[in-house]
Ligand binder design. Structure first.
Ligand SMILES: [Zn+2]
Length: 248
């Protein structure tokens, strides 16, 4: 045996265990996140998160950024399109692929340590975070008393999404918010609450709650879509926060 082949064989990546692990990882990709390690993407997500953190009374520091696997995202878009009752998919995978100006945040309840001790989604009913990451956003879970009716809400402000990010029965100083791709289409701007709404006015694709300094009713903007194929999760940001109090 030559020195070269010894080196190759002794490389841990070539061991049977490592190969098996690679297969297992691939097989379970759809139920796990991957850590984003590309410095360009880390910088991009970090800048976006920091730039859109508008609340002055609290601060956050990113710990880790995770992505939803590309195949998983494509599958979700297809699945959501098929679930659309009209049977017509207005939003295509291509729409979801060109993301950079369509990034919104969604804060929800986390009941496991995904993003800390594990990258694997849990199956607890009360872990809304893992539920969304596995099945995307479902209108059946929409809040019927939402300010703009039972739609799927997201916000351009990381700090507003943070207000909805709750750790449920877990002890952790870290928190998680979902980064979503939202296909807004034609936005209908709403200046006051309308909880009876189940769709935008014909001719529009989404609703935007306008902020007070532009004549609206909100301190921080939010976007609502009423079809499941218009929003998918694409990343999760794990961060620590300072200065947070409920209701901020
Ligand atoms: Zn979970």
């Amino acid at each position: 045996m030559t020195a070269l082949s010894t080196t190759v064989l002794s490389n841990p990546n070539n061991s049977n265990a490592a190969r098996l692990q690679a297969l297992v990882t691939r097989k379970s990709d759809t139920d796990s996140l991957f850590e984003i390690t590309d410095p360009e993407w880390i910088k991009w997500y970090t800048n976006h998160f920091e730039r859109t953190w508008e609340h002055q009374n609290k601060q956050a520091e990113i710990t880790t950024i995770y992505g939803v696997h590309r195949d998983k995202r494509a599958a979700l878009v297809e699945q959501m399109g098929k679930r659309n009752q009209a049977g017509v998919t207005a939003y295509t995978i291509k729409d979801h692929a060109s993301v950079k100006n369509k990034i919104y945040y969604h804060g929800t309840q986390r009941a496991c340590k995904i993003g800390e001790k594990t990258k694997t989604l849990c199956t607890k009913d009360e872990c809304h975070l893992c539920h969304i990451l596995r099945e995307s956003f479902r209108l059946e879970h929409a809040n019927p008393r939402g300010m703009f009716g039972p739609g799927i809400y997201s916000t351009p402000n990381s700090s507003k999404a943070d207000s909805y990010a709750k750790n449920h029965r877990i002890h952790s100083h870290q928190h998680a918010i979902i980064v979503c791709t939202v296909v807004k289409g034609e936005r209908e701007r709403l200046f006051q609450a309308d909880s009876t709404r189940t769709a935008p006015t014909p001719g529009f694709d989404s609703v935007e709650g306008v902020v007070r300094n532009l004549g609206g009713a909100l301190n921080y903007s939010e976007t609502v879509v009423y079809r499941e194929d218009a929003i998918i999760p694409r990343a999760v940001i794990i961060y620590t926060r300072k200065g947070w109090a409920p209701g901020c």
